[in-house]
Design a protein around this ligand. Structure first.
Ligand SMILES: Nc1ncnc2c1ncn2[C@@H]1O[C@H](COP(=O)(O)OP(=O)(O)OP(=O)(O)O)[C@@H](O)[C@H]1O
Length: 340
């Protein structure tokens, strides 16, 4: 992928500008501290704290109504918070909303593309609105069309674009001003797998070039692939946060699944593994596979050695990591069991 995402030199009134960017907080580009938001009796957010360092991806994970969009709206200054504090690019959302708006890109669930215009004209229009001259605007549009692999459809009306193309154009439009912080609200909802993959690659490229991304998603796989840190929201509260690995480590264990050769093999393997301190599961009712929970990958070797010493042959051995699905289901269950 070519570069060219961040240079807002094409316009005067948009993008980087001067100012604190990360402010006294140093490298933190997104900080929310104890943010609450109520709509009448609905507590959409209840003392939510998140942060993201420059050049990282923070994923907000949660099902419908968890509060993700509300937090994005507060951080992008389109919604006032009820209490708490939040800063983006070093500026306060309540006191300095205009400084923030100059420095962010937002791609929402409701696309900002004018479908009556071509992809190129959408980009040129926004660049002109941000203060770029005619030639600079066209050049910025060309760069973004190339980056997003939209050059071939650049002069077609956006109304004829597929969902994936439209989403790419929407993201390209949000990048015209060279934002330092990018908010992606469920960017791949409804996209087919190949369009989703393409968008992920684009996001990874943006981050490599120094952008900070806050991503909301209902897709665990998406958070797992893209995020440096993940905050799980449920009913307006943070129920977990950490890296994907840290979250996975909080629930579920790694497993080794063995498929064994021979009728008595599961019983013999089970006894040997139990003797070695493991707690294998399965092997009953004539099944020939055993699942062995382990804590470290080093224990895989211990499992194999134990089988070897018991003269049991495994025809297949697979290693399984707990998935974010496991994490989310466990957290959701814990949350459901906790009285409000
Ligand atoms: N303007 C509003 N007026 C009243 N209630 C609202 C408003 N906006 C959001 N809510 C409520 O706040 C809660 C959080 O909504 P929010 O849209 O932030 O969730 P979400 O995690 O983004 O869900 P989704 O994935 O469906 O967008 C929900 O109960 C929602 O009904």
């Amino acid at each position: 992928m070519s570069g060219l995402v961040m240079p807002p030199s094409t316009q005067s009134g948009a993008g980087a500008g001067s100012g604190p960017d990360s402010g006294p907080g140093g490298d933190q580009m997104i900080v929310a501290e104890g943010v609450s938001k109520s709509f009448g009796s609905v507590h959409a957010l209840d003392s939510v704290s998140v942060s993201a360092r420059r050049g990282t991806v923070l994923a907000l994970l949660g099902h419908n109504g968890a509060g993700k969009t509300t937090l994005v709206n507060i951080l992008t200054t389109s919604l006032p918070l009820s209490s708490g504090r939040a800063r983006v690019a070093g500026y306060d959302v309540t006191r300095e909303p205009f400084e923030i708006r100059r420095r962010i890109g937002l791609t929402g669930q409701f696309a900002s593309v004018d479908t009556q215009l071509s992809g190129r004209d959408n980009l040129v229009l926004i660049a002109r609105l941000l203060g770029a001259g005619r030639r600079a605007a066209r050049s910025r549009a060309d760069d973004l069309l190339e980056l997003f692999e939209l050059t071939a459809v650049a002069d077609r009306r956006a109304s004829g674009y597929s969902g994936g193309l439209r989403r790419r154009l929407d993201l390209a439009v949000s990048l015209v001003g060279g934002p330092r912080v990018i908010f992606l609200d469920e960017p791949t909802t409804g996209l087919d797998p190949s369009s989703r993959l393409k968008l992920w690659e684009i996001v990874e490229g943006l981050v490599q070039q120094g952008a900070t991304v806050l991503l909301t998603t209902q897709y665990l796989e998406e958070a797992d692939r893209l995020a440096d840190s993940i905050t799980v929201l449920s009913a307006g509260k943070v129920v977990a946060s950490g890296t994907a690995d840290e979250l996975k480590a909080t629930v579920g264990r790694r497993t080794v699944t063995l498929t064994l050769d021979g009728d008595d093999a599961p019983a013999r393997a089970g006894a040997a593994l139990r003797g070695a301190g493991f707690a294998p599961v399965g092997g009953e009712d004539g099944t020939r596979s055993l699942v062995v929970p382990i804590d470290t990958t080093r224990e895989i070797a211990d499992v194999i050695r134990t089988l070897d010493q018991a003269s049991v042959e495994a025809t297949e051995l697979t290693f399984g990591e707990p998935t974010l699905d496991d994490v989310y289901l466990t957290l959701a269950e814990q949350h459901a069991r906790t009285p409000a």
